[in-house]
Design a protein around this ligand. Structure first.
Ligand code: SF4
Length: 467
């Protein structure tokens, strides 16, 4: 229930090296990453002599048309889709950023959130830097500019100063760098086109769209450079490297056809549904999922329970974004416009409703009501993530801590609040087990929004943990 829940991934990145008409390919890649950010989009290209850019607010299809893409000539491109929260909205914060310097042009785009951004910004301003945006992404450009030596050394030394979550694409006239934070919080993968051109994407679903095959993920703490058609990787940090990919990427953000760390997202969600049944079975007639991201978990629950899976809720895909306003009244109306309960399916039935998460609780309450108004006899809610009790500082915009309903209410209180007949969340161990369903999957997960165990220092963000 993306738009209504108040839970937003902030960005997606896509890059291509060595493909004629790179801007068009980038357009298709960004289009497949549109679920990661719908507020703004941009593409920066290189024709090996100079960098050119077009960016704007809106969906990829609104920002670009064939004429605009034709003007972006070159065989290298990096692009970005953005959900405007970090640093706020406005065209100044739309990425990629383009720095024109005496050493040549430098373009940067970024998915994630730098937790020590304010500390670094204050330091850079004291040294004379002037920022043209409130985005934390711009900091990397200023850090690189202030370093000396070979470009790779300057970038590595700059990345070393950043703390938090990032997947960066950095483009010069003749090369692209791709770098991932040392915790691997945000995903970033490398693919290759049949002509040998390299592509980079926040999610592997973008490779399928452009006809690329998956090569490998950029490792946590790694920087990869593609230049002269050659791909070279190295670690940019001496600090400890952890593998702590964001658990919410599996539960909610990523597309079900994407693979993260080699694990298919739909499969993990289906396993989470099965696990949820093992942990919290309930006698009922049908299982339904809240479209779209809860369908996989609902299928898993139904399969494990031996209860039929039904389409009890239908999503209206054609509700414009203008209807989704962050006010209570608009959210009320938004649920009705986006979702319908199918009374011929749910009427007189004991329904198990699977959802991926509860943030504020208001959406769950309205869906339970929709189902009861459509004649459901009982509504048992099962959630395929642990309760969200803490805010995220790693590039996911979720409500402030006082708006997170599970921070204020235990499961019984919340069950009453959403007017369900029963409520249960998957356990943290159960979720880990669902994602690491094969023994060879050993990477760890960030679960800070469930348990408050943040993987980095929080710097001045710590004050946001106060009620
Ligand atoms: S705090 Fe939650 S949403 Fe943020 S990176 Fe960690 S698991 Fe993902």
């Amino acid at each position: 229930m993306d738009d209504l829940k108040g839970l937003h991934e902030e960005c997606g990145v896509f890059g291509v090296y060595g493909y004629t008409n790179a801007a068009s390919l980038c357009y298709y890649g960004l289009h497949s990453l549109q679920h990661r950010g719908q507020e703004a989009a941009g593409i920066l290209v290189s024709d090996r002599q100079q960098l050119s850019i077009h960016k704007g607010e809106g969906l990829v299809t609104e920002v670009f048309n064939p004429e605009k893409l034709d003007k972006l000539s070159g065989d290298m491109a990096i692009g970005h889709v953005r959900y405007s929260t970090t640093g706020g909205g406005g065209i100044a914060n739309v990425q990629p950023f383009l720095f024109r310097t005496m050493d040549g042009d430098l373009g940067i785009c970024h998915n994630g959130n730098i937790v020590n951004a304010n500390v670094l910004k204050a330091k850079l301003e004291a040294q004379g830097s002037i920022f043209s945006s409130s985005s934390d992404t711009e900091i990397l450009g200023h850090l690189i500019k202030r370093k000396s030596g070979r470009m790779i050394e300057r970038i590595c030394a700059s990345l070393e100063e950043l703390d938090g979550a990032f997947a960066f694409l950095i483009m010069l006239e003749d090369r692209i760098y791709a770098a991932r934070d040392r915790y691997g919080l945000r995903p970033l993968s490398i693919g290759q086109l049949p002509n040998g051109a390299y592509v980079f994407a926040s999610e592997t679903c973008a490779f399928d769209i452009v006809g690329a095959h998956f090569v490998r993920d950029v490792e946590p703490g790694e920087i990869v450079r593609v230049k002269d058609n050659e791909l070279l990787g190295r670690f940019y940090t001496d600090q400890p490297i952890h593998d702590k990919i964001c658990a919410m990427e599996y539960i909610y953000f990523s597309r079900p056809d994407s693979n993260l760390d080699g694990i298919n997202v739909h499969t993990t969600r289906k396993h989470a549904g099965m696990q949820l049944y093992q942990e919290s079975p309930v006698d009922a007639d049908i299982v339904i999922g809240v479209p779209d991201s809860s369908i996989s978990a609902a299928i898993g629950y139904a399969e494990a329970a031996g209860i039929p899976y039904e389409m009890g809720l239908i999503k209206n895909k054609y509700v414009g974004r203008t209807f989704i306003q962050p006010t209570q009244e608009m959210r009320n109306q938004g649920v009705r416009m986006k979702l319908s309960a199918v009374s011929s399916i749910v009427s007189g039935q004991r329904v198990i409703m699977i959802d991926d998460s509860i943030v504020r609780g208001t959406t769950s309450k309205r869906i339970v009501r929709l189902l009861k108004e459509a004649g459901a006899k009982e509504v048992h809610v099962r959630i395929a993530s642990p309760a969200i009790r803490y805010p995220c500082f790693y590039g996911v915009d979720m409500s402030t801590i006082d708006q997170l309903i599970s921070h204020r209410m235990d499961v019984d209180m919340l069950c009453q609040y959403i007017e369900a007949d029963s409520l249960a969340f998957i356990s943290e161990e159960g979720l880990k087990h669902s994602i690491h369903f094969k023994k060879e999957h050993t990477c760890d997960l960030c679960m800070a929004c469930f348990n408050g165990e943040y993987v980095t220092d929080l710097y001045d963000n710590r004050k946001n943990l106060d009620d």
